[in-house]
Design a protein. Structure first.
Length: 245
């Protein structure tokens, strides 16, 4: 049975090209033309999902909400979602990865680049955005003046275990709008991640800390926590691939 891929693309030329590329890569392709159709089909057992993020029909808030509901659903396991981008700008790539997408591919797309993206994403490696956090124990050893690499590897392991617990506590606090707990936990994550030179995670945690000082009515607590968790998960996957073989 062929693998199944879902493609959200409202341009008929682009959707035909994506279909051709994916079929050549061994996938059966189904299209979604509207945001509501995309969200409805994500739960239907696809191995991977591609979303044209520049589609006029799909605003940033709509996409973020679809990703959040799909990733947090208790009814199905969300497949990897890949952003199809018109840009190579670091800020845009990071924005979609922080939104919770599992990887990205930039146009123009070829069969080769598509296969490489699929292999990377399905193996749990999102592909870091330019400037994205990457665990480099050797580099950190040099920066800190610490020569015991196993200790640093263990330190990263402790960091990921700790932040997993703190993210859970933040989610519980978000249910009751406990801004003080969310602020305290995000402050803790900010400090630890910056000491480990995980600056993007530190920046996201700092944004949460700042937003919860004077929260607005429109603040989506669960979404901003999901964005932070997605960034941490990508770095953890990179760390595991390198140091837990």
């Amino acid at each position: 049975m062929a693998n199944r891929a879902l493609v959200f693309e409202d341009n008929p030329i682009n959707s035909r090209l994506m279909t051709m590329f994916l079929e050549q890569s061994g996938y059966f392709v189904e299209l979604a033309l509207r945001p509501s159709e995309l969200e409805q089909k994500i739960s239907k057992g696809f191995e991977i999902v591609f979303v044209d993020t520049a589609s006029p029909a799909l605003g940033k808030d709509t996409l973020e909400e679809i990703i959040h509901r799909s990733k947090t659903s208790q009814q199905f396991v969300c497949p990897p979602i890949v952003a199809v981008l018109n840009t190579t700008k670091e800020t845009e790539i990071r924005r979609f990865l922080n939104m919770g997408m599992d990887g990205y591919i930039t146009k123009p797309i070829s069969v080769k680049s598509l296969k490489e993206t699929i292999d990377r994403v399905r193996s749990g490696k999102a592909g870091a955005a330019p400037g994205e956090d990457v665990v480099d124990v050797e580099k950190l050893s040099s920066a800190l003046g610490v020569s015991n690499l196993p200790v640093l590897v263990d330190l990263f392991g402790q960091f990921f275990a700790t932040v997993e617990k703190e993210i859970g506590e933040m989610r519980t606090a978000a249910d009751v709008k406990d801004f003080d707990t969310i602020r305290a936990k995000s402050h803790s994550i900010k400090g630890a991640s910056r000491n480990l030179r995980l600056n993007n995670i530190g920046k996201l945690a700092e944004e949460i800390e700042s937003q919860t000082k004077y929260p607005s009515q429109s603040l989506n607590l669960h979404q901003i926590i999901t964005n932070l968790e997605a960034a941490i998960t990508r770095v953890y996957n990179d760390f595991s691939a390198k140091y837990h073989k």
